[in-house]
Ligand binder design. Structure first.
Ligand SMILES: Cc1cc2nc3c(=O)[nH]c(=O)nc-3n(C[C@H](O)[C@H](O)[C@H](O)COP(=O)(O)O)c2cc1C
Length: 194
């Protein structure tokens, strides 16, 4: 029997269900088929993120499981990230366009790419997919493998897929997965005007 799980945020104030119910899972169902419509919607949500001067300095590499592209991205992940991501349905590389074609810096590129990633995760979770962003990967290996121009910099990799069976994973992973979600208190974050 499959044991489903969740790890909702204990919020200080009400927030949208999709925000409270999103968490970064490390438990994917390796037998699940990727919901292509959900992926398409997540990419569409990312496309509609705001950006400085509407420059849209985001690019995506979508690597579906059982493809050479997946192997390339997966092998670039560092340490622990490799072990649990092999069951994900896809790995998406989030790439920042850090300069214009004529070499002018795009100062807000990382900020804008992060907003696109946030839109992506929220839409993905609303559509029933689960996600986990990772900074632990070899960005140069990914850039080289996909022949990216130097102005395109991979900043994160996001695993996406269907939630797996928490009853079928090693104890240490289960503990991490079910560990209480924590955040700083809002009162400690608002520097002025609370
Ligand atoms: C930019 C970024 C880089 C991250 N890198 C990693 C990573 O390399 N490995 C990992 O397991 N989690 C990584 N995470 C996930 C965070 O640890 C996670 O979002 C944080 O602990 C909060 O947990 P939650 O997303 O479940 O609320 C990363 C998240 C972000 C946004």
């Amino acid at each position: 029997m499959t044991t489903t799980h969740a790890n909702p945020a204990p919020t200080e104030a009400p927030i949208l269900d999709v925000l409270a119910e999103r968490w970064s899972t490390r438990v994917y169902d390796a037998s699940a088929t990727l919901d292509e419509a959900a992926l398409e919607s997540a990419l569409e949500a990312a496309r509609w993120a705001p950006s400085a001067n509407n420059t849209q300095p985001w690019r995506f590499i979508v690597a579906r499981r059982d493809t050479p592209e997946f192997e390339t991205v997966h092998s670039a992940l560092r340490g622990f990230n490799q072990s649990w991501t092999s069951a994900a349905s896809a790995l998406v590389v989030f790439v920042a366009e850090t300069e214009t074609e004529d070499g002018s810096p795009r100062r807000m590129a990382a900020y804008d790419l992060g907003q696109a990633a946030a839109h992506f995760t929220v839409q993905a979770h609303a559509s029933g997919l689960h996600t986990h962003q990772m900074g632990g990967f070899d960005a140069k290996a990914v850039a080289d493998a996909f022949g990216l121009d130097a102005r395109f910099v991979p900043l994160t990799v996001m695993s996406i897929g269907s939630l797996g069976d928490i009853g079928q994973i090693p104890e240490d992973l289960r503990e991490r997965e079910l560990a209480p979600r924590t955040r700083h208190a809002v009162k400690d974050l608002v520097l002025a005007g609370a």
